[in-house]
Design a protein around this ligand. Structure first.
Ligand code: CP
Length: 303
C-alpha cells in the first residue's frame, strides 16, 4: 500500500506514466467510467478548498466510485479534540483511499502512518501540494510538449506558496530547467528550497521586477499572497498587491509563454488577461481532475 505525501516520492518515470494515463483518460473517458466501481474516496478537508476537494470528488465519480468526507474541521470530531491519527484509523474503516488537506505541515504524513488505506496529501500548510503539482506538470506538458529545457518564472508569494515549493521540486529533476524567482524581499523562496537548487546546480535568479523578467520566460507561474499564513495583517495588506499581471505587462512576454496559476486568484492576474491565449489557469483546473483520476488508479492499483 502506497500513499502520496510529497511529489519527490514519485519517480520521473511514474510522473510520466501518470501524465500518459491522464492523456489517455482525456482521449478515451468512457474506458474509465467503471474502473473504481465499488470503491470509496474520503475527502478530509481541515482547511478550505474549492478546486482540490471538488476535483478529487469529480475524479472519483468519473471513475465510477463514491465519495464521503467533510469540508471543514468544525464539521468533524477534530473540533472535539480527536487526533489526526485516530481520524485516519477511523476513516480507514469506511473508505478505500483518503485525500487530506490540513493547515499543519506534516499532518497528512502522520495520517498516512496511522491509516490502513492510501493517503494523498491535498495540501499541508505552507509545505507541499503534490496533486496541484501533477496538474501543473500535465498543463506544462500539454502546452509546451515537454518538461525539459524551460525557463520557469515564479511570481508572488514564494515563501508560503506550497504549490511553488512542490513544482520547483518536481521540475528540478528535469534537464535544462532554469528558474526566475520574482517576489518582494519579504516573500522570497525559503532557504531550504534554495539550498536544494544550489546542491543540484540548478540555475536560478531572484528579482523584484516582473516587467524585467517576463520577456525571458517560457512559463509564468503567478501566485496569490497567502493571507492565511501571515501572523501580521498589516504586513499582508502591504504586500498583497505586490504583483498584478495585466495585458500591458503581458505585452512584454513572448507570444508562446504560458501563464499558470494554481488559483484561487485574488488580484494578481487582471481578469482582462483571461482571454489571452497564453492564459492557461482554467485549463490547469481541468487537467487537475484528470491527474487526480490517474493518481487514484495508481494508488488503488486499478489496471
Ligand atoms: N489550487 C488549490 O489548491 O485550490 P483550492 O484551495 O481551491 O483547493
Amino acid at each position: 500500500m502506497r500513499s502520496l505525501i510529497d511529489i519527490s516520492e514519485l519517480s520521473c518515470e511514474e510522473v510520466d506514466s501518470l501524465i500518459a494515463t491522464a492523456n489517455d483518460i482525456i482521449a478515451h473517458p468512457d474506458a474509465y467510467r467503471e474502473k473504481c466501481r465499488g470503491k470509496k474516496l474520503a475527502t478530509l478537508f481541515f482547511e478550505p478548498s474549492t478546486r482540490t476537494r471538488l476535483s478529487f470528488e469529480a475524479a472519483m465519480y468519473e471513475l465510477g466510485g463514491n465519495v464521503i468526507g467533510f469540508a471543514a474541521a468544525q464539521n468533524s470530531s477534530a473540533s472535539k479534540g480527536e487526533s489526526v491519527s485516530d481520524t485516519a484509523k477511523v476513516i480507514s474503516c469506511y473508505a478505500d483511499i483518503i485525500a487530506m488537506r490540513h493547515p499543519k505541515e506534516g499532518a497528512p504524513l502522520v495520517a498516512s502512518r496511522a491509516a490502513s488505506v492510501p493517503v494523498i496529501n491535498a495540501g499541508d500548510g505552507g509545505h507541499s501540494h503534490p496533486t496541484q503539482t501533477l496538474a501543473d506538470l500535465l498543463t506544462i506538458s500539454r502546452e509546451k510538449g515537454r518538461l525539459t529545457d524551460l525557463t520557469v518564472g515564479f511570481c508572488g508569494d514564494l515563501k508560503f506558496g506550497r504549490t511553488v515549493h512542490s513544482l520547483i521540486a518536481a521540475l528540478s529533476r528535469c534537464p535544462g530547467i532554469r528558474f526566475v524567482l520574482i517576489s518582494p524581499a519579504e516573500l522570497t523562496l525559503p532557504g531550504y528550497v534554495k539550498d536544494t537548487l544550489d546542491e543540484k546546480g540548478i540555475p536560478y535568479e531572484e528579482t523584484r521586477s516582473l516587467e524585467d523578467a517576463v520577456g525571458s520566460l517560457d512559463i509564468l507561474y503567478m501566485t496569490r499572497v497567502q493571507q492565511e499564513r501571515f501572523f501580521n495583517e498589516e504586513e499582508y495588506l502591504r504586500l498583497k498587491n505586490s504583483y498584478i499581471l495585466t495585458p500591458e505587462k503581458l505585452r512584454l512576454a513572448p507570444p508562446d509563454m504560458s501563464v499558470l496559476h494554481p488559483l484561487p486568484r485574488v488580484n494578481e492576474i487582471s481578469v482582462a488577461v483571461d482571454d489571452d491565449p497564453r492564459a492557461c489557469y482554467f485549463k490547469q483546473v481541468l487537467y487537475g481532475k484528470y491527474m487526480r483520476m490517474a493518481l487514484i488508479l495508481m494508488l488503488l492499483e486499478v489496471q
